[in-house]
Design a protein around this ligand. Sequence first.
Ligand SMILES: [Zn+2]
Length: 461
Amino acid sequence: MNYFEKRDRLSGSSIFVKYESLTPQEKRADEAIRKMRAELIDRYKGKDIYRVDMLSDEELIGSPLHKVMHELPKACDLHVHGLCLMPVREFVDFLIGNEDIFIDADGKDRGKLFTGGSTEEYRSKGYMTVRECTEGVISRDILERMWTLKGLPDGELPWDYFELLFAQHGDLDKSFDVFEDYYYHAFMYYVSEGILHVEPRVLLFGDHDTVIKKVKAIMNAYHRVRRENKGFTCTVVGTVLKHINLSIDVTKMLLENALFAYKNVTDDYDPDCKRPFVGAIDFVNEEDHSRDLKEIADLIEKATADNPELTLLLHAGESNIPTNSNVIDAVLLGAKRIGHAFNLFRYPGLYKEIREKDICIEVCPISNRILNYTADLRLHPAVGYINAGLPVVIGSDDPGYQEHSTLTDDFFAIVLCWNFGIAEIKKLIKTSIGHAVITGKDRKELEEVWKEKFDAFCSRF
Ligand SMILES: [Zn+2]
């Protein structure tokens, strides 16, 4: 074996997917994507293509590679938070089109949205519809800037700004009709981005009656979209806060509400295949300012012991603090998927168990870069997880506050920064279909619909 043969063998055995397994059609798509990436990198010679605000660059988001990533059928978004499903442009379109949503345009709560009250009450407080607001008080451009990290004031931390945005948009669920409309728009947008299954993390505040109505509003929206789009599904993840500034009673209340919804709302879209619509629970918040999982392990263990069919998902390892070890607890507590696991590289002793138990890592590239967990997306640790054979999927996290387009940007970023092609993309997407919280029948349908779309996508090249 000569030097170059040895070299080829080493390079072939050091990646996790086998290029040879691609169909001729997929190989053509792969070559086209590699060519587009090379041309893009070439055009940016001498300029920093990988900078943090790369998705504000009109040339990059207008590039053929970005367009192709938009057209890519992506199957699932398994990690996204319910209040920021749509990119801001889509979100503002939705707000302008709904005359039941009011905004404080120039008062003390400037930018805060209101629903569920009477028009007279809102008018008397000086609030206006979002359409009226954009026509005279705050321009659309300013509104879009205010509601993303572009509007981050100097010196403020992105996570603190997030909390403000959550508070500004938090009233969208005060009217169940508005809430359903929000989800309907978001799901239709997801379909347009090639996403067929969504698992939004939803906070369930309120009494039991409110919780049921809220979850049913999401279910109605999903049924409307599914009737028009074969294969589309949604599973709600009942979400629990663990921030240290919140009383543990709030954590317990949100958990109790999530479990109540799990037991009491059935998705009966397919009468032969009923399932709990809130199929999973998760515990969230900025990890460095939250209770460690080991501090609430008893709550989590009781919830899963009492409800053995409930899927446990856990955000863990979204931290750069060297002593953060929540990923250990996530594995110990029996999480089926771990959100971020950004610092998993510190615990290689977990890899074997993660592989054996088929625990999936939900990686959110754009979010990790924008929130500064990595200074350079090219060096994201997920590449190491993928190459170590751990099950990995790509999620969008908070597209409303961060992205130009949901999940398209994440795939664009990993193709650009991780040197990925069709073989890697296909593997990530198939892993997401395999780890979605859905019934066997729905998974089969999702896989078939996605495969048909994926073959059509590849055959275009
Ligand atoms: Zn998250």
